[in-house]
Design a protein around this ligand. Structure first.
Ligand code: FES
Length: 129
């Protein structure tokens, strides 16, 4: 398994969200990273309600108390820790999670099979939903 760099850990705001673009399986893919303390979770930036981005303008996300990520369109509320929608029109659905790990201040995607060589193994420390 090949890991590729996503962003610096500190770029993800405490209690907030950061939109990032990454090559996954040869396709440029919009992702969103959310952080609480030392934990970061990464999801596809795609609301399960209408399969559209969660941000109301590119890179601008709404979060609540470092716990919830809100879709800008119809206010679905997703838990940081597992992407579960706890309120809104798609309650019960989940965001699509992406496995990441943190090493040396950098977040690495761990699920990329066909990315460029380089980066650490993500098997020891794994932040996952
Ligand atoms: S598109 Fe996200 S709640 Fe409707």
């Amino acid at each position: 398994m090949v890991a590729i760099a996503l962003c610096a850990f500190e770029q993800v705001p405490e209690g907030g969200a950061l939109g990032v673009q990454a090559m996954l399986h040869g396709r440029s893919t919009a992702l969103v990273a959310v952080r609480r303390g030392a934990q970061v979770w990464v999801y596809h930036n795609r609301c399960p309600h209408f399969s559209i981005p969660l941000d109301y303008q590119p890179g601008t996300f709404s979060t609540y108390q470092g716990q919830l990520l809100m879709c800008a369109h119809h206010a679905a509320m997703f838990r940081f820790a597992d992407g579960h929608c706890i309120d809104g029109p798609c309650a019960g659905a989940y965001l699509d999670s992406v496995a990441v790990c943190e090493r040396d201040g950098q977040l690495w995607l761990a699920e990329v099979q066909d990315g460029p060589a380089g980066g650490p193994s993500c098997q020891e420390k794994h932040h996952d939903a």
